[in-house]
Design a binder for this molecule. Structure first.
Ligand SMILES: NC(=O)c1ccc[n+]([C@@H]2O[C@H](COP(=O)([O-])OP(=O)(O)OC[C@H]3O[C@@H](n4cnc5c(N)ncnc54)[C@H](O)[C@@H]3O)[C@@H](O)[C@H]2O)c1
Length: 419
């Protein structure tokens, strides 16, 4: 097996501690070798290099990645065959276009971008260069979601009629990291629900034709002008305090152990900005309904202040003769078929369930290998990224344009009110 040189652009949580760590774990199996790293924060780049060199060392492999602050230099590095883009979402277009132009293999993490114009430029670069990128919508690589999709395709619940994704996640970190400003992340809805909208498009297998949404910012996180800048200098008793933790954690506390986050002065690079600090302009909850060209109706019930629980995210598929309920946190699927005559519950999470994103990142890396070697029908493409961004932006537009007002005041009362 020939080794494949990887260059990671954006060596933060996703690039280094999640995907980078998985690249190392699977290095013997895949032949992927990290040959270059790039980040605009010099300390973060050094932290990532030492973390990844050690992670490869554990596998008995020595790597010596070249370190760059300018992504253009990494893109043209001869030892890089495969460019992995895990920089902040607002920077995706500027990096992805030259990466595609280089003719090398390209992976772009979700969401595709913050602005639709940027997504358009990425798609246009693909058309111009004939080079197609692979995208990272992790639910498409999760074993339980793949199983639910397979059951649906097999017609086990008849024809799909309705779908609901319920995601009540304890992700107040979106108000504490770079996601807190839309200009950087496109909002929490873009960062998290780009996955959800993509999963809907994948399951429903049709084009969305209408969308409506309500949502915004709850009163839970009302900005407080007297809020401290960040948790590290705060002595309030607060349920949202972020603390450094050992090892990889789903809440991302591990990055707080690194000085490039803990010593950072700016909001873009801190990981523990106070949730109440003014300036965050992102939504924290939403209800969205989507109608598809094939008549299927889908809905999203989403908040980032849900308490952590096994069933914090579920996906329900309602067919003409049955129903599937997937519980993401347990990897369980319940299938009720044959008009209710049969009911089964089983674990569908797969052998890597306890790895990051319930095993999706390992599956994604194996898919990247197929992408770089045999070529493959893409599990997720830029077009999927484009479509989910359109839905996020459509949901925001709908939230802002206002819903039909409902009043309990009857006609006879109108005009008789004082004040
Ligand atoms: N697929 C998934 O499930 C998943 C999970 C987490 C994050 N992500 C995505 O990965 C991306 C990164 O998120 P993160 O949580 O790792 O953020 P992060 O802040 O931890 O890391 C991003 C890094 O990119 C660097 N960067 C920004 N602009 C750059 C540029 N022009 N050149 C080089 N480096 C640059 C930053 O300095 C930072 O170190 C985002 O788009 C995010 O939505 C995807």
């Amino acid at each position: 097996m020939k080794n494949i040189g990887i260059g990671i652009i954006g060596t933060g949580e996703r690039g280094c501690f999640i995907l980078g760590a998985r690249f190392a774990e699977l290095a013997q199996e895949t032949g992927f070798r990290i040959t270059a790293l790039c980040d605009i924060v010099p300390d973060r780049l050094k932290e990532a290099a030492s973390f990844l060199i050690e992670a490869y060392q554990v596998q008995g492999i020595h790597i010596t990645p070249a370190l760059y602050n300018d992504y253009n230099e990494l893109i043209v590095d001869d030892l890089v065959d495969f460019i992995v883009i895990t920089a902040h979402t607002y920077a995706h277009r500027q990096i992805t276009v030259p990466a595609l132009e280089s003719g090398k293999y390209v992976y772009l993490d979700k969401p595709i971008s913050v602005k639709i114009e940027d997504a358009n430029e990425i798609l246009e670069a693909e058309r111009r260069t004939g080079n197609t990128l692979i995208m990272g919508f992790t639910r498409r690589y999760e074993a339980a979601w793949q199983k639910a999709h397979e059951l649906l395709q097999e017609g086990r619940i008849g024809d799909l009629q309705m779908m609901q994704i319920r995601s009540l996640i304890p992700y107040t970190r979106y108000l504490q990291l770079w996601h807190r400003r839309k200009k950087w992340s496109g909002g929490a809805l873009n960062d998290k629900s780009s996955h959800h909208f993509d999963a809907m498009n994948w399951m429903v297998d049709s084009s969305p034709v209408r969308l409506t949404a309500m949502g915004g910012r709850s009163s839970i996180f009302t900005p407080d002008p007297n809020a401290p800048a960040y948790c590290g200098i705060c002595d309030r008793n607060c349920p949202y305090r972020r603390v450094p933790v050992q090892g990889e954690s789903r809440e991302g506390g591990h990055i707080l152990r690194y000085p490039s986050w803990s010593d950072a002065k700016d909001e873009l690079n801190r990981a523990d900005t106070c949730v109440y600090k003014p300036g965050a302009d992102i939504e924290d909850h939403a209800l969205c309904s989507v109608e598809y060209a094939n008549g299927v109706k889908a809905s999203l019930f989403w908040a980032i202040f849900g308490p952590g629980s096994d069933d914090q995210e579920t996906c329900e598929l309602v067919g003409s003769s049955g129903r599937i309920l997937l519980t993401r946190g347990t990897g369980e699927i319940e299938i009720i078929s044959d008009y209710g005559k049969s009911r089964k519950v089983f674990f569908a999470g797969g052998k890597d369930f306890y790895s990051s994103h319930y095993g999706a990142d390992k599956a994604l890396i194996r898919e990247m290998l197929r992408f770089c070697t045999v070529g493959t029908d893409l599990v997720a493409s830029s077009k999927d990224g484009y479509r989910s961004l359109q839905m996020v932006l459509g949901a925001e537009e709908s939230m802002n344009s206002g819903a039909v007002p409902v009043s309990f005041q009857d006609e006879s009362e109108k005009g008789h009110r004082v004040g």
